[in-house]
Design a protein around this ligand. Structure first.
Ligand SMILES: [Zn+2]
Length: 349
């Protein structure tokens, strides 16, 4: 059986829209709700939420085969306000370890607890070349020296608090989405690209009148970047879990932006040999361009489930993302390969 066609322009629009919704870990609800709304049009799916806020979409089919699950995450790197400085600017506490040098001069939104949005940008505290000269380049980019300058009239702590800003407010960095020549360049393609892969696979199958070979749970995770997203929310009857998350591209890696990758081992150890081989066989059968790879500085939501006691066969697939956790880039070829691989898996007995 050949795989159903993918609507690439739908895929790209959905992904761009999702990338433009701020969703740092802990404040990912708008992105979860966006995916929920999109999936609500498929009557095949039974949608629910975990208490933690993750979205679970069950596509039930009538047979005796044990169900399977796929997980992908919508939460991203970000920050919260750690301190309101005496000059009215904000010191941040990072979420998920974003590197300061990658967001220097980036635009931000500060989301207050009362629902206000205040614009600003991230700067080093020795930003002006005319004030600090060479010292600006030498200042260490760290929690102490990086600050948010608000686009509001404030020169002290009191005035900043009067804007409604408090310690603990969410800070989201601009994604800077751009689509050119089949490349999608943006922050946080990790892991919104893979959420779009999952949604596109559901759409293609539903529109082709196809159903999965066994019941499936699609788990849209909201706490992955801090290590425990899928620790809860995968039902115990699930026999196999396929984590869909970005593949690591760069020096020494097999992965690239034009293939999907099966990760055999990452920082959390090896994945499940049997499910790995099933994924390889499906890729071969359906001519999905893929690589196998090992990621050193990487842990996945599937491993979070394993660590929490989940008893499943576990695999990790995903599109190659260049410069991950930095200014990321993907290509339509690797993204299409991933969507096809998901469909091949869903249709396989
Ligand atoms: Zn990820």
């Amino acid at each position: 059986m050949s795989l159903p066609a993918i609507d690439t322009s739908y895929f790209t629009k959905f992904l761009v829209d999702l990338l433009n919704i701020a969703s740092p870990t802990g404040f990912a609800e708008p992105a979860v709700a966006f995916v929920e709304k999109e999936l609500s049009q498929y009557k095949q799916l039974e949608l629910s939420r975990t208490r933690k806020g993750a979205l679970v979409a069950k596509w039930k089919v009538e047979n005796d085969l044990p169900p399977v699950a796929l997980t992908a995450h919508v939460d991203t790197l970000g920050a919260v306000v750690k301190e309101i400085k005496s000059n009215g600017r904000l010191r941040l506490s990072r979420i998920g370890g974003i590197q300061w040098n990658t967001i220097e001069t980036e635009g931000v939104w500060v989301f207050t607890s009362s629902g206000e949005k205040i614009r600003g940008s991230v700067l080093i505290d020795t930003a002006s070349g005319h004030v600090h000269g060479a010292a600006g380049a030498e200042t260490k980019r760290n929690d102490e020296h990086m600050e948010v300058r608000l686009d509001a009239r404030t020169t002290n702590e009191k005035e900043t608090r009067a804007l409604g800003i408090n310690v603990g407010d969410c800070v989201a960095f601009d994604p800077r989405v751009e689509v050119t020549n089949g490349f999608i360049r943006s922050r946080f393609l990790d892991d919104k690209a893979c959420v779009a892969n999952v949604v596109a696979a559901i759409k293609s199958m539903a529109e082709a009148g196809l159903s999965p070979a066994r019941s499936v749970y699609f788990h849209i995770s909201n706490y992955e970047e801090v290590g425990h997203g899928a620790a809860a929310g995968i039902p115990p009857e699930v026999a196999e879990l396929v984590t869909v998350d970005m593949a690591v591209v760069g020096a020494g890696q097999e992965s690239d932006e034009f293939h999907a990758t099966l990760c055999v081992k990452d920082g959390g150890g090896p994945y499940h040999f049997g499910l790995n081989n099933k994924m390889r066989a499906l890729a071969e059968k359906h001519n999905v361009p893929y690589k196998t790879d090992v990621y050193v500085f990487y842990g996945s939501d599937g491993e979070a489930f394993w660590s929490a006691g989940g008893d499943v066969a576990l695999a990790l697939i995903g599109p190659g993302i260049d410069a991950s956790h930095n200014y990321e880039r993907a290509h339509v070829d690797g993204l299409t390969a991933t969507t096809n691989w998901i469909m091949a898996y869903l249709l396989a007995e």
